[in-house]
Design a protein around this ligand. Structure first.
Ligand SMILES: Nc1ncnc2c1ncn2[C@@H]1O[C@H](COP(=O)(O)OP(=O)(O)O)[C@@H](O)[C@H]1O
Ligand SMILES: [Mg+2]
Length: 471
């Protein structure tokens, strides 16, 4: 039997311990500050503090202001930091204060119609953002088996895409093109004319002037109404550009989880990869493929895999990522990697743009890998027929244009020559024009029916001519 006095003392002791314990837990963890030891380019090195990769640290500059940074790597007891805000007035031994927070994104319906930067701050003049909900910038994984399969078509409002390269809800496409071939305008047209509920546009690494032009002229008030624009232009730090792309994706995820069909337009994936290359090279990762370190190729699918369909009952994120093919070099390592992780691509051709055909979609090289799952056999047959006639002309164009082809020697080529202007006209679409999915299909139908009629007429005229010819 224990002594009641001892038992009482033990209870008192336990109560006191519990009180002190909860008191200790109520106070924040002590922050162990470090100091800045080195700064080369945009890479900062700190010692004396610990923080995980991706955590934020504030560095206090000579004027007492905070410079926000993020941990991007470490070596021994040194932390490598990169700024996410403007860097001014840093000194040796500046205080480095870990915040124990990762970067996050503000989300909410309040974002609609707004233009924000890579850190979620408003760039427009519509006052402070009132979005209160915060989510992790890195997003959360979706079990690939839990995703709803892609079954329905998304009307993007562009005739050539709807009819010839149809896109499914939740599909991730590449838009491959050189500069000045019409990517921004095509993305703007989709923003304005798509049937998606919400459009999220990420402008990553573009020139500042282009951001303004896109928002004011290409999108306009009409396009902006159901859109959110995240802009991290070329002069933003590489980490801000990465964050811009992740921010846009987080916002798209938020609306998807609300059950909305979201169209995510990212311009450009190449600039995102280049930002990651800048960071990786700065902290000493060796370049591997044409100057790109391996982490770049790990980052791309991490970003792209976040788009797509959600689990049951959630909405969808259909995404277009633009990929720059400089000098129209389609074997660029980023273009190669993108092709492997995306569900198809639309190629814009400089040749077509040069002759004033906009949108300059190269129908022969563009492919939607999900077309068979989301379209009826009738449309698939028509797409093949269109491509066959179109391709036949392209492959014989040189012969035809120098007059080396004799009309009448091959009925299929005759048909291709006859149809060529109509096919080109079908691809072309004015900036102010919009074509719904059904209208696009109806026009394709009419186009191919007229081709059949004309071929029949040409055939009967030819046989009449041979009948009349003197023996
Ligand atoms: N649908 C279109 N109709 C007429 N002109 C177009 C169209 N699309 C593009 N253009 C022309 O191409 C130029 C470059 O387009 P832009 O979208 O800015 O190219 P990118 O974003 O690929 O650099 C535009 O300034 C415009 O003159
Ligand atoms: Mg552009």
């Amino acid at each position: 039997m224990s002594d009641p006095l001892i038992e009482q003392a033990r209870l008192d002791w336990m109560t006191a311990l519990a009180r002190v314990g909860s008191e200790a837990r109520r106070h924040a963890r002590p922050v162990v500050e470090g100091v800045l030891t080195r700064m080369v380019g945009l890479t900062l090195e700190a010692v004396g503090c610990q923080a995980p990769i991706g955590a934020r640290c504030d560095v206090i500059n000579a004027g007492g202001e905070r410079v926000e940074t993020e941990v991007v790597g470490f070596a021994g007891d040194r932390l490598y930091l990169m700024p996410t805000s403007e860097v001014r007035g840093l000194t040796p031994n500046a205080r480095v204060i870990p915040t124990h927070h990762g970067s996050d994104a503000q989300v909410g319906p309040e974002l609609l119609g707004r233009v924000i930067d890579g850190r979620g701050r408003p760039l427009d003049d519509r006052g402070p953002l009132r979005a209160r909900q915060k989510v992790a910038l890195a997003g959360k994984e979706i079990n690939p088996l839990a995703r709803t399969p892609i079954r329905d078509v998304l009307d993007v409002g562009v005739r050539a895409i709807n009819a010839l390269c149809p896109i499914g809800r939740g599909q991730r496409m590449g838009l491959f093109a050189g500069s000045g071939v019409g990517k921004s305008i095509l993305l703007g047209m989709m923003t304005r004319y798509t049937a998606a509920d919400i459009v999220v546009v990420g402008l990553i690494g573009e020139r500042g002037r282009e951001v303004k032009e896109f928002v004011q002229e290409i999108l306009g008030a009409q396009g902006l109404r159901k859109a959110v624009v995240v802009a991290a232009p070329a002069d933003a730090s590489p980490l801000s550009r990465i964050h811009g792309a992740m921010q846009a994706t987080s916002i798209a995820e938020y609306f998807r989880d609300q059950g909305k069909n979201v169209l995510l337009l990212m311009d450009s994936l190449t600039r995102f990869a280049q930002a990651q290359r800048e960071i990786a090279l700065a902290i000493g990762e060796p370049p591997a493929t044409k100057g790109y370190p391996p982490s770049v190729f790990a980052r791309l699918p991490q970003l792209v895999e976040r788009a797509g369909n959600g689990a049951r009952n959630a909405g969808s994120i259909t995404a277009f990522y633009t990929v720059l093919v400089e000098g129209d070099d389609h074997n660029d390592p980023i273009a190669d990697a993108a092709r492997a992780i995306l569900d198809g691509h639309i190629v814009l051709s400089r040749q077509l743009a040069d002759v004033g055909l906009y949108p300059a979609i190269d129908i022969e090289s563009s492919i939607s890998r999900l077309a068979p799952q989301i379209t009826r056999p009738e449309q698939q047959r028509q797409i093949q027929q269109f491509k066959r006639i179109y391709g036949l002309y392209q492959h014989n164009r040189d012969l035809i244009s120098v007059g080396a082809y004799q009309r009448g020697s091959d009925p299929a080529i005759d048909e291709a020559i006859r149809m060529q202007p109509k096919l080109i006209e079908f691809i072309a679409q004015d900036i102010e024009q919009s074509f719904g999915f059904d209208a696009s299909l109806a026009e394709l139908d009419a186009l191919l029916a007229s081709a059949a009629d004309e071929s029949a007429a040409a055939a009967s005229a030819a046989s009449a001519a041979t009948d009349e010819a003197p023996a």
